[in-house]
Design a protein around this ligand. Structure first.
Ligand SMILES: Nc1ncnc2c1ncn2[C@@H]1O[C@H](COP(=O)(O)OP(=O)(O)OP(=O)(O)O)[C@@H](O)[C@H]1O
Ligand SMILES: [Mg+2]
Length: 343
C-alpha cells in the first residue's frame, strides 16, 4: 500500500463533469457528476457508471446529478459523490486528509461558497482553498493575468456560462448566467416533443447536439452535405417507439435561442468593461473554453457578435483543472497573489 503523508489536490466540481488533479501526478479523476444510490442510501455507482444509469434505473435506485447550474443543489448527495471520487483518486493509498484547492463561479454567494467548503470537508478534505473559476481557466490557458493588460475568458460549461475580464491578478468585471451545454440538450428535447410529438432521452439529445448540432450554417464555399440523425424515442400519442430523421438545419433551429442566451453573456460583460481594458481585448481576443464551447460554429457566432477574434482552448473541458494544477505547483506565489486562505 502506498503511503501518502500530506497531499494537495485540486478539484473542479462541475455541473456535468468533475475532475481531480493530484500534486506530483496529473488529472487522476475525470468523471460525470452523477451518483446512483439505492433506497437504503447505499451507493450503487458513481461517475460514468452512474451516468449510464440515468433514465434507466429500477424503482429502488436513483441516479442523481447533485449539482445544478454550477452550484450544489443536493448537499448530502454531493458529499457522498465527493467521498467516492476522492477514494477513486487515492486508489486505496492511506491518506492523511488532503488539502483541497477548488473553484467556484465568480459571483458565487457566500452561502454557496460555504456549501462547497462544507461538502469538501465532510467528504474528507482538510483545508479548503477557494479560487474563482475564470482565474483558474485563465491560468490554464496561460494568459498574462498578472500584468496590467486586460484578458477575457469565456467558459461555456454544462450548466453555466461565465465571462470574466481580468487584469493585475484579479477579476475586473464578470457575468455568470445559468445556461450552458445541458440547456442545448433540453432545447433539442423540447423541439422533438413540440414538432414531432416524440419523447427523447437526455443522453440521446446530447448525442444529437454533438453529432449534428451547430450555431451557424456552413459557408457557401462548403459543398459537403449536412448530416442527419436518426432519432429514436417514444411517440407521445401512440405510446410506441418511433424513429424520426432530424436534419442539421432543424437542430440548428432548436439550438438558436439557447445560443443567443449564451452569446448574450459576453455582450453584457463587454458593455461593463472599462475602455482601457476593452481596447486591450481588441488585440488579445476572446479566450473560449468549457465543454459547451465545442459546439460547431459557436466561436464564429461569438466573433461576429462582438467583433473580436475568438480562440478556442485546446482541451476545453480540462482548462480549469490544468489551471488549478499550475497553481498547486507554484502554490507559494499564487497563495500570496490571490490571498488564498484555508478554511
Ligand atoms: N463536442 C462537443 N460539442 C458540443 N458540446 C459538447 C461537446 N463535448 C462536450 N460537450 C458539452 O459540454 C458540456 C460539459 O462541459 P463542462 O465539462 O465544461 O461542464 P461543467 O464544468 O461540468 O459544468 P459547469 O461549468 O457549468 O458547472 C456538456 O453539456 C456536454 O454535452
Ligand atoms: Mg465548468
Amino acid at each position: 500500500m502506498k503511503k501518502i503523508f500530506s497531499q494537495y489536490i485540486a478539484l473542479d466540481l462541475g455541473t456535468t463533469n468533475t475532475l481531480i488533479y493530484m500534486e506530483g501526478q496529473d488529472v487522476v479523476v475525470n468523471e460525470p457528476s452523477v451518483i446512483a444510490v439505492n433506497d437504503s442510501g447505499k451507493v450503487e455507482a458513481v461517475g460514468e457508471e452512474a451516468r449510464a444509469m440515468l433514465g434507466r434505473t429500477p424503482p429502488d435506485i436513483r441516479a442523481i446529478r447533485p449539482l445544478n447550474n454550477g452550484v450544489i443543489s443536493d448537499y448530502q448527495t454531493t458529499e457522498l459523490m465527493l467521498k467516492e471520487l476522492f477514494r477513486m483518486a487515492f486508489q486505496g493509498a492511506s491518506v492523511v486528509r488532503p488539502r483541497v484547492l477548488c473553484c467556484v463561479p465568480s459571483g458565487t454567494t457566500e452561502v454557496e461558497r460555504r456549501a462547497i467548503r462544507d461538502s469538501v470537508k465532510n467528504a474528507g478534505g482538510r483545508g479548503v482553498y477557494i479560487i474563482e473559476e475564470p482565474i483558474a481557466a485563465a491560468i490554464g490557458m496561460r494568459l498574462p493575468i498578472e500584468e496590467s493588460i486586460g484578458s477575457i475568458v469565456m467558459d461555456v460549461g454544462g450548466g453555466t456560462t461565465e465571462v470574466a475580464v481580468m487584469s493585475l491578478g484579479g477579476v475586473v468585471v464578470s457575468e455568470s448566467r445559468k445556461v450552458g451545454g445541458d440547456n442545448m440538450d433540453a432545447a433539442i428535447e423540447r423541439f422533438m416533443r413540440n414538432n414531432y410529438s416524440l419523447l427523447v432521452g437526455e443522453q440521446i439529445c446530447e448525442k444529437i447536439k454533438i453529432e449534428i448540432g451547430s450555431a451557424v450554417k456552413p459557408g457557401k464555399e462548403s459543398t459537403d452535405e449536412e448530416p442527419t440523425f436518426e432519432v429514436r424515442g417514444r411517440n407521445m400519442v401512440s405510446g410506441i417507439p418511433a424513429t424520426i430523421t432530424l436534419s442539421a438545419a432543424e437542430a440548428r433551429q432548436a439550438l438558436e435561442e439557447t445560443i443567443s442566451a449564451i452569446v448574450g453573456t459576453v455582450s453584457a460583460t463587454l458593455e461593463k468593461t472599462p475602455p482601457e481594458l476593452a481596447s486591450d481585448l481588441v488585440d488579445s481576443g476572446i479566450n473560449l473554453t468549457g465543454g459547451g464551447a465545442q459546439l460547431r460554429g459557436l466561436d464564429e457566432v461569438i466573433s461576429r457578435e462582438t467583433g473580436l477574434t475568438v480562440k478556442l482552448a485546446e482541451k476545453p473541458q480540462a482548462t480549469i483543472i490544468k489551471g488549478l494544477g499550475s497553481i498547486l505547483s507554484n502554490f507559494r506565489h499564487y497563495q500570496k497573489l490571490f490571498n488564498l486562505n484555508p478554511a
